[in-house]
Design a protein around this ligand. Structure first.
Ligand code: AMP
Length: 490
């Protein structure tokens, strides 16, 4: 059974059960089916021949139902965040050739795009969804855009086959989840961890609890975990950094699975967290958007026995249908225990970026297998566990969001005309990462610069601090010494 058949079967068997709890309002599977069917009819009436459809993503049932309507029609969804600068949304719309956007209200407008309002006047339909027949392996299910080092977001298409392989590999992990579970969905829909958080519960007839985007998001998360007795939560480790001051008071006995992904999970924090979730299996899972959500997992069984390197928990072993190897600069596989670049192959791997040139840079063939170079430094232990050691490039994670520091530098150079600017990820006193930028030479009036930057990049890419230094320190090869610069401004 593929994941579409599973969802249809859940609609039939769990109609009365709650599918979603969004801002304290519950929607049953029967409600979800009616809204999804209505949106599917709208799609059929307004843009039957279009493959790529954008969705203006919000924390509402119409947004999720739009995704599911596109699933059943065999179409490709592209999330467009309403809070992103118009220029960035425009680049996404152009790259993905989006002509139609689904949005709850029709008060949104993007040049050259027709908005289909999903929240008004339900379209006549018989409350039934129709399942299109289409090739799973060549049809994209979604395209997500990640930060690109040249100032343009990078489109990662994922096929129905990739996503179905993830669902099958997830099932093979042996988690005991069913319709009684309550799942947390804390992610923006532009981030692929959201896909696990809504799709896995949907395949089991469980209930999905979303987190509103506004306000103190991390405190909202704790509120939802406690109030709704969440049993399964995939979170970014940054959540723990925020909750850590309250660990003593936190007690979540209902949690059965507590997964972390998206950035390094620190061993000491994980150990302390295990006391807050005494009945949960805690796992560190790993994977880039290019390999569909996550594809390596490391189950932490004993708090005192966590495999770690430099305090960072291991990322474990590949899931079913995936393979991981470590290579040197010439794409030659390295033996166990030797550090190199982690590369991935298998059923969850994207066919390639929208931009073919980027695909050529990041993928290679070895022994007739196609591998993706993750940019992560790792090694494989004797026991088969992979150990994460850091990045080969300037990609960083801030609150789980993937950011190319060079993208921030690119825009700041263009805005200020200054060629010497460096963006750094720095540890803030609260233990969270934040972006600082450093200019060499004369000081700029930063207020208008930051205002212009806000029109180019999403809010999470705006620097928290700006510094000016007379001259950048250089390393032995004459390049800017980023580590020394970091020390200079610390
Ligand atoms: P994204 O495409 O946004 O999912 O980001 C993928 C990148 O996040 C990976 O290449 C890693 O650098 C990082 N990442 C994801 N999961 C983990 C993890 N469990 N531990 C350390 N880094 C991670």
């Amino acid at each position: 059974m593929n994941f579409l058949d599973k969802i249809i079967s859940v609609f039939n068997t769990h109609a009365d059960k709650s599918a979603f709890c969004i801002q304290n309002q519950y929607y049953s599977y029967a409600d979800l089916l009616i809204i999804t069917a209505s949106i599917q009819t709208k799609i059929n009436n307004h843009c039957p021949g279009e493959q790529n459809i954008g969705i203006v993503i919000k924390d509402d049932i119409e947004t999720y139902a739009s995704i599911f309507a596109l699933f059943f029609s065999g179409k490709t969804y592209i999330p467009v965040h309403p809070g992103y600068p118009a220029e960035r949304a425009g680049q996404i719309i152009e790259q993905a050739s989006i002509k139609y956007l689904l949005s709850k209200t029709d008060n949104t407008s993007y040049p050259g795009v027709t908005v289909i309002a999903t929240g008004t006047s339900p379209e006549e339909n018989n409350g039934k969804i129709s399942l299109a027949s289409f090739p799973l392996d060549t049809t994209n299910v979604y395209i997500l855009f990640t930060s690109g080092s040249t100032g343009v977001p990078k489109g990662v298409p994922i096929t129905y086959y990739n996503l179905d392989s993830f669902v099958k590999a997830f099932d093979a992990l042996g988690y005991k989840t069913d319709h009684n579970d309550r799942f947390l969905q804390m992610f923006e829909l532009t981030f692929d961890l959201s896909v696990m958080s809504y799709l896995i519960p949907l395949c089991h007839g469980a209930c999905i609890y979303t987190i509103p985007d506004s306000g103190m998001k991390f405190m909202n998360i704790y509120g939802v975990l406690e109030t709704h007795k969440i049993t399964f939560a995939l979170m970014v480790p940054s959540v723990l950094a925020n909750l850590r001051p309250y660990f003593e008071e936190i007690d979540l006995p209902d949690m059965r699975y507590s997964l972390f992904c998206g950035e390094a999970l620190y061993k000491d924090v994980a150990q302390e967290w295990m006391h807050c979730v005494p009945n949960a299996v805690v796992e560190n899972v790993y994977g880039p958007t290019e390999a569909t959500i996550f594809c390596l997992t490391y189950a932490i069984t004993e708090p005192d026995n966590i495999i770690a390197y430099n305090g960072i928990a291991a990322i474990g072993r590949p899931m079913r249908g995936m393979e991981a190897i470590v290579v040197d600069d010439n794409n030659r596989q390295l033996p166990k225990e030797e550090k190199g670049e982690l590369c991935l192959h298998g059923d969850q791997l994207t066919p390639g970026y929208l931009n073919a040139e980027k695909t050529r840079d990041a993928f290679f063939e070895l022994d007739w297998k196609r591998y993706y170079r993750t940019g992560d430094i790792a090694f494989r232990q004797d026991d088969g566990n992979f150990i994460y050691c850091g990045r080969t490039d300037h990609q960083v994670k801030i609150q789980g969001f993937r950011i190319e520091l060079s993208e921030i530098e690119f825009h700041l150079r263009a805005i200020t005309g200054s060629s010497n600017v460096v963006a750094l990820a720095m540890n803030a006193p609260n233990g969270l990462m934040q972006i600082s930028v450093v200019f060499e030479g004369a000081e700029h009036n930063m207020e208008p610069v930051i205002e212009t930057l806000k029109t180019k990049v999403p809010p999470y890419m705006i620097p928290a601090a700006v510094h000016f230094v007379t001259i950048f320190p250089l390393n032995t090869s004459g390049k800017t010494d980023r580590k020394a610069l970091q020390k200079m401004i610390a």
